[in-house]
Design a protein around this ligand. Structure first.
Ligand SMILES: [Fe+2]
Length: 434
């Protein structure tokens, strides 16, 4: 099946590129950060974290290991969930104020993404906006080698420690966009699942669905052979389509989500489940960081752009806020119902990895079988019931679709083409599931 999906195409790409950091995984590995920083030649470090983690045992462990290795550091913790360009530029100013030769980020995707984007701005002495693709920015190239970076995730979802992208809210547009460059890939990821022991259930669920959707989107993405060949070997876009590598990591991540998501959310003492989800999140990052996501992520930006005043348990956020994983999962079942027609065998296989009941199902049922299993997992983990569960209704559909349709390359990475009317139909299907 895999060979067939990647069959050469006359005018398509014949190659794909894989990049991942050096990865260390295991309980207690945060205590290795000092020695790892030493091996990268770091002597004076910008340590990025957020206010909630500043006094945590995780940051304390990293600080102790740096001190033991004789490495100086200064902390920047002015990072909020869903960081914006202002936050990134504050981080860049902090970096420029010192003589740092290394970056260590300790936190969730917001912290790691802020660190990645801030080192770009600091090195190029530039605001962030010009680096976004046109027409949002100027498509300014990232040309300079960046500070070596060790990324230490404290949630099991974004996989940001293993990708070369950062997602940042642009304040003036009130929406999120992606900035990407191979130079933004962290040099090392130090993944200590101990960080997830005390995460609230709702955070494990939201981040867990982020990982699940990363893996699903990678596995069902358009094949890399269907994208046009590239002119410059050093400028292959991150969104290059499904490939044998992303299949490898995504299928394992799907198996992990199918087996452990319910357990990890509903039983905080189930360390096996939480450890597995942490590994699954990094695997899914290694997958989508080398293939790209597609419609659920593109459509999540329409939700966070127009989000209402909802409260979400487990997050210390006062402003209107929909956690990223929730913004993805509320439309994902409807998205896969739509995209299944473009790659039905892959949608059915993915449902199988998630332990869906496939009895008697044929390829024509693939989208529904997958959506049904996702909805079952959403209900088991107390997720909102589609868009209506996060405060949206029919009257918001046009505005959300108009926002999401700008995520052109992600939408083009789906196995089935779509236009503005199709996006509106998918949002309509996502209003409620049960
Ligand atoms: Fe995501």
């Amino acid at each position: 099946m895999a060979c067939q999906y990647f069959a050469p195409c006359d005018h398509g790409a014949h190659s794909f590129t894989i990049a991942i950091p050096k990865v260390t995984f295991g309980r207690g590995t945060l205590s290795e950060v000092g020695a790892r920083a030493q091996s990268l030649g770091m002597s004076d470090i910008a340590l990025f974290t957020d206010g909630g983690l500043l006094d945590s045992e995780y940051v304390a462990t990293v600080k102790d290991s740096l001190t033991a290795a004789g490495i100086a550091f200064q902390i920047f913790s002015e990072i909020r969930i869903e960081p914006d360009d202002f936050c990134v530029e504050q981080g860049a100013a902090f970096i420029k104020s010192g003589q740092f030769d290394g970056m260590i980020s300790v936190g969730g995707g917001s912290v790691i993404d802020t660190a990645k984007a801030a080192v770009v701005c600091a090195k190029h002495d530039s605001p962030l906006l010009p680096f976004f693709a046109k027409p949002i920015g100027e498509g300014k190239a990232i040309t300079e080698a960046l500070l070596p970076h060790i990324a230490c995730p404290t949630t099991s979802g974004t996989g940001s420690e293993c990708t070369s992208i950062a997602v940042v809210r642009i304040r003036d547009l009130n929406t999120k966009f992606v900035i990407a460059s191979p130079l933004m890939l962290p040099d090392q990821a130090v993944i200590d699942p101990q960080c997830c022991d005390t995460l609230p259930a709702n955070v494990v669920a939201s981040t867990g669905f982020d990982l699940l959707s990363h893996a699903l989107e990678c596995y069902t993405a358009k094949a890399y052979t269907q994208w046009a060949p590239i002119d410059n070997p050093n400028a292959r876009p991150l969104i290059q389509g499904a490939n044998p590598w992303s299949d490898l990591a995504a299928t394992k991540a799907l198996q992990i989500a199918g087996e452990y998501l319910d357990r990890g959310v509903n039983d905080a003492s189930d360390k096996q489940a939480r450890d597995q989800l942490m590994w699954g999140a990094s695997l899914a990052g290694m997958a989508f960081g080398n293939s790209g996501t597609h419609m659920p992520h593109a459509m999540s930006y329409g939700i966070t752009h127009l989000m209402r005043d909802i409260t979400t348990d487990g997050y210390a956020v006062k402003t209107p806020f929909v956690p990223h994983g929730i913004s993805v999962i509320v439309t994902a079942p409807a998205c896969f119902r739509y995209t299944a027609e473009g790659a039905p065998e892959r949608h059915l296989e993915a449902a199988g990895y998630l332990q869906a009941d496939q009895q008697g199902a044929g390829l024509e049922d693939a989208g529904e079988v997958l959506a049904k299993r996702m909805i079952e997992l959403m209900r088991q983990t107390h997720m909102p019931n589609g868009l209506s569960g996060v405060g949206f209704g029919e009257s918001d559909i046009k505005a959300m679709a108009a926002s999401s349709v700008r995520q052109t390359r992600a939408i083009a990475n789906a196995p089935r083409e779509s236009n503005l009317a199709d996006l509106e139909n998918i949002y309509a299907d996502a209003v409620s599931y049960w």
